[in-house]
Design a protein around this ligand. Sequence first.
Ligand code: FNR
Length: 346
Amino acid sequence: MIDDKIRIRKKEHISGFLKGVGESDNGFGDVVLFNNSFPELNFQEISLETTFLNKSISAPLMINAITGGTKEAEEINRDLAYIAKELNIPMAVGSQSIALKYSDAVKTFMCVREIMGKEGVVIANLSANKSVEDVKKALEMIEADGIQLHLNVPQEMCMAEGDRNFKGIIKNINHIKDSIGKPIIIKEVGFGISYETAIKLREIGIEYIDVGGKGGTNFIEIEDLRYESSKYNEFYSWGIPTAHSLLMTSTAYRECNVICSGGINKSEDVIKSLILGADIVGVSGVVLRTLLENGRDSALEVLRELINNIKIYMMLLGKGSVCELKDNSYMLKGELKEIEEYIKKY
Ligand code: FNR
């Protein structure tokens, strides 16, 4: 039986997420795009198809890691998997550490692969401090196409029961990379990957990075809401805004496959992410909130609309396919321009 403390924490993450103010500036307002009056395209022929983890997907969009482990979490996972399957986009499950400890939690993750079928892209999730054996078990549990190893130091530090020792994590990631034959995605959870972190990941040959920047779900606030009175208010603004982190990561490590996530809930930000160098964009908060407040069909509709609006932006820019977006011109202003200047020092 799952320990009550863990079950309650999972519940509190969802209720804290719903209660929290969350959203802050994701930095994409500083990217300026220009209208193309001669797009030379037929809207029906614009394609969002791309590949991710060696499978073909219908849009450069994924449902990012959220939950698993409890009965309520299984319901959420089932709904999210249904949505991902309908849209033929990837889905990452939430941290599977609960299922490594309690066998009755396994089915709450396995259902995602069952619903998405063999063709679907399903991604496992664990903390980057786990052992090779645990990573292998998490991958096998859901026949995953790859695994996200998450980095969440700020969250752990604001959790009474959180980890306090973060020595040896990069060495551990390197060891995992050398020991499993599946792609590894190193992922932040809303605090952003810095230029120097991206360089460290390049040095050990990690091929996928999810920048997980600041701008949406705020895990310091979510953890803080679990206390009777606020303890960590001063850290709420900690983190690298998503657009800044994306620019840093794609500049520091050009060959990397970059997933851009953190506060992305409109198609304009998806387009800007793809132009700034992302291969695919991850969403969590926007889909979870709609699912919990208005149900599965509304959440599906929100993503359908997002996808349609991405296509409209592609028409406005005169780009017929996802790979063409990387060559699109843009102008940077404000803080993002300063970040561009700042990273020239490296
Ligand atoms: C998350 N996220 C997350 N990430 C991860 O790697 N493992 C996990 O178990 C979880 N759990 C989780 C629970 C809940 C309730 C939320 C809302 C989010 C983080 C998520 O994948 C993503 O990185 C952040 O939420 C930022 O994206 P959004 O929400 O701003 O789109």
